[in-house]
Design a protein around this ligand. Structure first.
Ligand SMILES: CCCCCCCCCCCCCCCC(=O)SCCNC(=O)CCNC(=O)[C@H](O)C(C)(C)COP(=O)(O)OP(=O)(O)OC[C@H]1O[C@@H](n2cnc3c(N)ncnc32)[C@H](O)[C@@H]1OP(=O)(O)O
Length: 193
């Protein structure tokens, strides 16, 4: 299957600055803990995606999504929406861990290039491409069964920086204490865009 059949569009779509990684961002080789135990992407949720991520060199975060029968759309194949979910998680993990700027997904686009069978593992490489004020642009490739396997998906996401009150006002008043990954303190985030 060709990997060149999608039209190229400029990315990031606006002028950006290079991302500045937080001075205390986890370094290469760090295995990232789940950020919240009930997260569908990385938490201990029944039939969740159970994704695990590791920081690589050069500002790349590698995530693995083991595709099971619980994730099917068509018989034997991963559901597209869940694949998009895996990329949301992988992109969000790169943004959150490398920049330490609280942000939520504003836009997510996914190119589905190959079917992803049950029993395979998707190896996702995500990176932060640029920052324009509160707007953070990130992209990722998903490879079948190994880091250099065939590309099955590509995704691009816009994350919008928010105040920490986004999570407490709109979600759970105790949201900050429920983030299981340290640090949890307000001063550990870069909250000035
Ligand atoms: C301490 C260290 C810990 C580290 C450990 C952390 C680990 C962390 C791992 C997380 C891994 C989970 C990853 C899943 C992440 C989710 O799933 S987040 C959940 C899904 N997303 C949401 O619920 C967001 C819902 N939407 C909203 O709340 C609001 O619409 C938003 C996105 C905050 C934006 O609203 P707003 O603050 O009023 O800002 P707004 O002016 O509308 O937009 C800001 C800018 O973005 C642009 N924009 C916004 N949306 C769009 C769009 N769709 N298209 C184009 N442009 C847009 C606007 O045009 C505007 O641009 P400028 O005018 O500034 O040029």
């Amino acid at each position: 299957m060709s990997e060149k059949r999608r039209p190229a569009t400029p990315w990031p779509p606006v002028e950006t600055e290079a991302p500045r990684f937080h001075p205390e961002a986890p370094g290469p080789g760090t295995e990232l803990a789940m950020h919240y135990a009930e997260c569908f992407g990385c938490g201990d949720v029944d039939n969740g995606l159970h994704m695990r991520s590791t920081v690589g060199d050069g500002g790349v975060v590698y995530s693995k999504f083991p595709v099971t029968r619980a994730h099917q759309g068509a018989p034997g194949l991963a559901h597209g929406g869940l694949l998009a979910c895996a990329f949301d998680e992988a992109l969000g993990s790169a943004v959150g861990n490398l920049l330490r700027r609280p942000a939520v997904t504003g836009k997510l686009e996914t190119d589905f290039l190959r079917p992803v069978p049950v029993g395979t593992t998707l190896f996702i490489a995500a990176r932060v491409d640029g920052v324009a004020g509160r707007k953070i642009y990130a992209s990722a490739d998903g490879h079948l069964d190994s880091a250099d396997g065939p590309v099955a998906l590509r995704a691009r996401g816009l994350f919008v920086q928010v105040g920490l009150e986004h999570f407490t006002n709109h979600g759970d008043p105790d949201a900050l204490s429920k983030f299981t990954q340290q640090p949890r303190r307000r001063e550990d985030w870069d909250i000035n865009p």
